[in-house]
Design a binder for this molecule. Structure first.
Ligand code: SAM
Length: 237
């Protein structure tokens, strides 16, 4: 279970109402049952159920069972799409090891308001399921121009362009002398694609590789997952 508490030396951890409901009512945990906790900083800790009250389950911390493993520094920047698929992207990006999620507003983005609390909740659930020891961070939606203007020095950019002008992603990634500690970002466009001015702006970015994910036009969520999986296979861990 993901908790916000500092874990070393915590002694007792009281779960949130939602987590208490999950553990107490859904999982029907009993006093003494063992639970694994992580907070994204202190590794994985074993705890046992110490008290099951109506609104709060309290756990007694035992010992660290796994050290904190650093995830690759991989941002997924994508133009948000309809809500159901946004849930899918948050979940799959977490399973595939993305460290930071950036919803990007482009000229043709036509998604509604992006609910970042929901995006975070889906990422937490996916991190618990895939036994990651951290949860991807996220930002509020950013305009493409601002994302590129504020792009961190030294972070490499994998621009996925469906116009087939790019090299195959695997070939392009293999050619970059990169290792898992280099910071990267992957940029995926909206359902209507990037417009020419946006494409030109992205291609002018330093340390950018333009890649193709194959001959077929993928849905934005499919493209995001394919790109992250290929990056992980070529560079990640
Ligand atoms: N312009 C496309 C069309 O006419 O249908 C729509 C864009 S596609 C649905 C959404 C995004 O997924 C694109 O902007 C691109 O970033 C990515 N994408 C889709 N297929 C791709 C491919 N074969 N290679 C690289 N990127 C792709």
């Amino acid at each position: 279970l993901f908790v916000e508490d500092d874990l070393p030396g915590a002694g007792l951890v009281t779960l949130s109402a939602d987590q208490s409901h999950y553990l107490g009512n859904v999982m029907r945990a009993r006093i003494g049952d063992s639970v694994l906790l992580f907070n994204g900083r202190d590794g994985e800790w074993e705890a046992s159920v110490a008290e099951i009250a109506k609104k709060a389950v309290t756990l007694s911390l035992k010992a660290r069972t796994r050290d904190q493993a650093a995830s690759p520094d991989l941002w997924l920047c994508f133009a948000p799409i309809k809500r159901a698929r946004l849930d899918y992207i948050a979940e799959k990006a977490t399973e595939l090891g993305v460290s930071h999620i950036v919803p990007v507003m482009t000229r043709r983005t036509n998604a509604g308001r992006v609910n970042t609390d929901r995006l975070h909740a889906n990422a937490v659930e996916a991190a618990e399921q895939c036994e990651r020891l951290d949860v991807p961070t996220h930002t509020d939606p950013q305009k493409l121009e601002k994302l590129l203007a504020d792009w961190p020095e030294g972070r490499r950019l994998m621009f996925c362009d469906e116009d087939l002008s790019g090299k195959s992603a695997v070939e392009a990634l293999r050619e970059t002398a990169s290792n898992t500690t280099d910071p990267w970002g992957i940029l995926i466009g909206p359902e209507g694609g990037f417009d020419d001015a946006e494409r030109a702006m992205i291609r002018r970015m330093p340390q950018t590789i333009t890649v193709s994910l194959g001959r077929r036009i993928l849905r934005a969520d499919t493209a995001a997952m394919a790109a992250v999986a290929l990056w992980q296979a070529a560079i990640g861990d």
